[in-house]
Design a protein around this ligand. Structure first.
Ligand SMILES: CC(C)(COP(=O)(O)OP(=O)(O)OC[C@H]1O[C@@H](n2cnc3c(N)ncnc32)[C@H](O)[C@@H]1OP(=O)(O)O)[C@@H](O)C(=O)NCCC(=O)NCCS
Length: 199
């Protein structure tokens, strides 16, 4: 069992710097700050979540011997992952998901997928969809574990290198097999990490 405890909650504007730090570590083309602001404050169909440690970790003291900060500066850091989903009528589209490289393979990606599925179900969506880089096998394995399957290709989808995107679609969210997958996933996760949700 991983010792730190995690909290999943709606993303807040004051967490954006931390979210963008993770984003820069994960994606070649980060979103502009305003895009997040629009999503969080204006887009009623959008649900953005963070997963954070329950206790903030203190960043190492940074000393600036010749600077105007003679006593150094410190800050706290607790966001370790984030995701977003748009619910449009019966479809819930995952717009982004990322986990801090220092916190991968603990189950936090799964935790975020499960929470997005719960939000989608509550909003009466029947399926989840997403796009993923053809070369991103790790993320594809995560999605397949939750019953997503291939739904086509968007050629040259990514603007930085024109890589194709694989479209993936979940099975019917209300199907017994999806519910079983979620329950089994959650049970497996409970053996690996401790978390609470504040959604
Ligand atoms: C994809 C990502 C969110 C997964 O986060 P994570 O917290 O490490 O995922 P989990 O620990 O929940 O992994 C769940 C399962 O997914 C699969 N998986 C995840 N990362 C994998 C990898 N790098 N290689 C192979 N399988 C992987 C495994 O089946 C894993 O289960 P296991 O650890 O029991 O074997 C994370 O790697 C990431 O942030 N990548 C960069 C951003 C990105 O690519 N986002 C997806 C955009 S579409």
């Amino acid at each position: 069992m991983f010792e730190e405890e995690f909290v999943v909650e709606p993303m807040r504007m004051e967490q954006l710097d931390q979210v963008r730090r993770i984003e820069r570590a994960c994606f070649p083309t980060p979103w502009p700050r305003n895009a997040y602001r629009r999503e969080i404050e204006k887009n009623e169909r959008a649900h953005y979540l963070v997963v954070r440690t329950s206790e903030p970790a203190q960043e190492p003291q940074r000393q600036f011997p010749l600077s105007i900060f003679p006593f150094g500066r410190s800050g706290s850091r607790d966001v370790v992952g984030y995701c977003g989903v748009w619910v449009m009528l019966d479809e819930a589209h995952i717009t982004t998901i990322a986990v801090d490289p220092d916190y991968r393979r603990l189950g936090l990606g799964q935790l975020l997928i499960i929470q997005m599925a719960r939000i989608a179900l509550q909003a009466r969506a029947t399926r989840m969809t997403l796009e993923v880089r053809m070369s991103n096998e790790g993320a594809q394995r995560l999605y397949r574990k939750y019953g997503f399957s291939d739904g086509g290709v968007r050629p040259r989808y990514y603007s930085d290198d024109f890589e194709d995107a694989l479209i993936m679609r979940s099975e019917e969210l209300k199907s017994p097999s999806f519910a079983e997958r979620m329950d089994a996933g959650e049970e497996e996760l409970r053996r690996r990490v401790r978390w609470t949700t504040r959604l």
